[in-house]
Design a protein around this ligand. Structure first.
Ligand code: SF4
Length: 356
């Protein structure tokens, strides 16, 4: 059975949009974590239980008592009028947690006009089409301003210290928020509304200085939204990529009755290798196949990152770059890059000499 996408896995698509391997595996809905483990490159992925518990406790605190603490923050950020505040819990429908029912209920609650003032929607269930299938997604909260503008709110437990948070975590939160904004825009459009009513300004709620006091920060997610949209279009056109790989290709692990994979790991690794990859160091924090792909990309300049790949345009392997830097590979059409590499190598030697 194909694995379901989450906001986290969809966000990861946007992290390396140029990777056909990831696009094909995700479109096929295969479990990349199991594949990585079976071919000998397990990668520890997913949040630690400690982080999940801490995150849940913080979210419970800011949404307690009808999100009283949160509303104070939002009044500053969105200009909410306290007299018009309404809080709607969408976590279940009449005791049912059916995803289809919850999604319909969310759509009705967010776009219907017959329920009086509503401002905060807790546990809405959105839907996004990814590679031909619907993925159900649950943002922390959606706030509706009095002028009819929707804002996605993400509650994260990483701290904001002296007004600064871990940049990588903020970027990850922005990408995740972009996934929710895209899904919410689709929902509003499906209901006949104007998708531009869903703001590209999302709101990040995080604890201030390790204390339990929350702080709100606006994130402009337009760039992330653009990357995400392009990747979703690529996944919708996955047939173009599938045309390049053999019909017989399968990533089936052939599990026995107990779920233990029986497929020959080398055979599976060969199947994975048939789909071109585009390894970048960012894969280490976003994709379960990172260790396998890093090994495969060993000795290539691309494995050193996008900026190195661009700086060394056309030089595929580190051995080539080193040979050019040592003046061992005379090549008229690479004279310029060879001179730069030589200069960089001399500077490095000089610095190392001074340090030693
Ligand atoms: S780890 Fe491999 S499959 Fe995943 S995005 Fe990177 S290159 Fe692509």
């Amino acid at each position: 059975m194909p694995v379901s996408h989450t906001a986290r896995t969809i966000s990861a698509l946007a992290a390396n949009p140029g990777c056909p391997r990831r696009a094909v595996l995700d479109a096929a809905g295969v479990n990349k974590q199991q594949i990585a483990a079976h071919i000998g490159y397990p990668a520890p992925f997913g949040q630690s239980q400690f982080a999940i518990t801490r995150g849940n406790a913080f979210e419970a605190r800011v949404t307690a008592n009808g999100a009283a603490q949160l509303l104070t923050l939002l009044r500053d950020h969105l200009g909410l009028d306290v007299t018009e505040v309404g809080y709607t819990e969408l976590g279940e429908v009449g005791g049912s947690q059916s995803r289809e029912l919850r999604h319909l209920h969310t759509r009705h609650a967010l776009t219907g006009r017959d329920h009086g003032p509503r401002t905060l929607f807790d546990h809405p269930l959105l839907r996004l089409r990814v590679g031909g299938r619907h993925a159900y997604l649950e943002p922390d909260l959606i706030a509706l301003r009095l002028d009819g503008t929707y804002h996605v709110i993400e509650v994260k437990s990483f701290p904001v210290i002296d007004g600064q948070a871990d940049a990588a975590k903020v970027v990850a939160a922005a990408i995740q928020s972009a996934v929710y904004v895209r899904a919410l825009r689709d929902l509003v459009a499906d209901a006949g509304g104007d998708p531009d009513r869903v703001s590209h300004q999302t709101i990040l709620i995080a604890p201030r200085d390790f204390a339990s006091q929350p702080v709100a920060t606006s994130l402009d997610i337009r760039r992330q939204l653009g990357v995400l949209d392009r990747q979703l279009v690529r996944m919708a056109k996955i047939a173009d990529q599938l045309a390049l790989i053999p019909d017989t290709l399968t990533f089936d692990l052939d599990p026995d009755a107990g779920g233990t994979p029986r497929r020959d790991p080398d055979d599976l690794a060969a199947a994975v290798a048939l789909v071109p990859a585009n390894y970048v160091p960012e894969c280490l924090s976003t994709c379960e196949l990172c260790f396998a792909c890093r090994e495969e990309a060993r000795d290539t300049t691309g494995a050193l990152g996008k900026s190195v790949r661009e700086d060394l345009g056309g030089i595929e392997h580190t051995a080539q770059a080193l040979a050019l830097a040592r003046g061992q590979l005379p090549s008229p059409d690479r004279a310029e890059i060879a001179a730069q590499l030589l200069r960089a190598a001399q500077l490095r030697e000089q610095l190392l000499g001074e340090v030693i």
